[in-house]
Design a protein around this ligand. Structure first.
Ligand SMILES: Nc1ncnc2c1ncn2[C@@H]1O[C@H](COP(=O)(O)OP(=O)(O)O)[C@@H](O)[C@H]1O
Ligand SMILES: [Mg+2]
Length: 355
């Protein structure tokens, strides 16, 4: 199968700084792929390398099966949609849309026809004669997308396109972008530092850290089986609780280093004395009648939004419990807390890798 985009062993150096490390990534035609990770991990560098705005140092980049390492940006047939909308302020929406066609020598009538078609797809038909300053943030974002669409690119590249928008518009626009992707049968690569955005929009999520792909896969696979502590802590909100732990002498139980150490059974045998990190998601902890849970926790801060309750334990490490609806837990209570064993994630304390 020929992938729409393929990177094999790609490295990028800025001088001595190793910004991308051995990146292997295959993006099938029609996929919506999110690149996610903390600021500075190399997301934009990777996207700009696809676009040809950065030159990769080693490795190979293929687009639709053709080697692109040395092909200039305009010949790669990819469209970049930026965070700052980068619209021409002195041009109307229609002129913004037709500009890239006009500079390629498309005649005015044809360019206008193309603009009208794209505007109908993106819901801009009524706004073609407005200037960018006369548009809302969401509308400007749509113009930026339309300007990309009009060129029928091989793929759309998005670099945090929604980070300038307020929260409710962001939620709306992420649905709109995904719907547009589906409607166009496009291939999209979407950079974000927001794991919720990545999880909700993409069908394939690539988690990066310090220039390395830590894990990639379907959103819920990353949630269910993070390969290491970094991915486990990055995916999911509120974040997974981590508790230092040590395997007991019998090799069949674990002592958790909580405010008062607590012992839990292990379903697998581990070397006695092994140092581990136990990971439990807040939504997998349940407050149960006294004596019925595996953990005893004293309550610290309780927050209720109406939809959810966030119950944080007192002491260190703080353990967060997410309950839907309201809770009767209050500061100072000692709770019995249960979890199902298949929700217990274990990581090596030494390497951070999943066990
Ligand atoms: N032109 C450049 N020269 C030197 N270092 C750069 C350049 N561009 C980016 N970097 C560095 O590469 C790393 C990755 O940057 P970037 O890809 O922009 O991260 P992200 O988009 O994930 O926040 C950062 O440490 C950044 O400082
Ligand atoms: Mg960036």
């Amino acid at each position: 199968m020929i992938h729409q985009i393929e990177l094999n062993g790609v490295n990028k150096f800025y001088g001595a700084y190793h910004a991308l490390r051995n990146i292997d990534l295959q993006i099938r035609r029609g996929a919506f792929v999110a690149l996610v990770g903390p600021s500075g991990c190399g997301k934009s560098t990777l996207l700009r390398s696809l676009a040809g705005l950065e030159r990769i140092s080693t490795g190979e980049l293929l687009i639709a099966g053709e080697r692109m390492n040395d092909v200039p940006p305009r010949k790669r047939d990819l469209a970049m949609v930026f965070q700052s909308y980068a619209l021409y302020p002195h041009m109307t929406v229609e002129e913004n849309l037709t500009y890239s066609l006009r500079v390629r020598g498309v005649n005015k009538a044809e360019a206008r026809k193309a603009a009208a078609e794209v505007a109908a797809t993106t819901g801009l038909s009524e706004l073609l004669h407005r200037y960018p300053r006369e548009l809302s943030g969401g509308q400007r974002q749509r113009v930026a997308m339309s300007r990309a669409i009009i060129r029928h690119p091989k793929a759309f590249l998005f670099d945090e396109p929604l980070s300038n928008l307020d929260a409710s518009l962001r939620v709306h626009m992420r649905k709109e972008i995904r719907a547009l992707h589906d409607k166009l049968g496009a291939t999209s690569v979407y950079v974000t530092h927001d794991q919720i955005e990545a999880m909700t929009m993409a069908d394939h999520v690539v988690v990066m850290r310090q220039g390395v792909i830590e894990q990639q896969g379907a959103p819920l696979d990353l949630y269910d089986r993070p390969v290491n502590k970094f991915v486990a802590g990055f995916i999911g909100s509120p974040a997974m609780n981590f508790i230092p732990a040590e395997v007991d002498a019998d090799g069949r139980s674990l002592t958790l280093a909580l405010e008062t150490p607590q012992r839990i059974a292990l379903s697998i045998a581990r070397p006695p004395g092994e140092k581990l990190i136990a990971g439990l998601r807040p939504e997998h902890l349940e407050i149960v009648p006294s004596g019925e849970g595996q953990l005893q926790l004293r309550v610290g801060v309780v927050e209720m939004t109406g939809t959810n309750s966030y119950v944080a334990s007192d002491g260190s490490p703080e353990i967060m419990i997410l309950q839907s609806g309201r809770t009767i837990a209050k500061r100072g209570d000692v709770l019995s807390v249960a979890f199902s064993e298949n929700h217990l994630n274990l990581f090596s304390a030494e390497t951070g890798m999943r066990i």
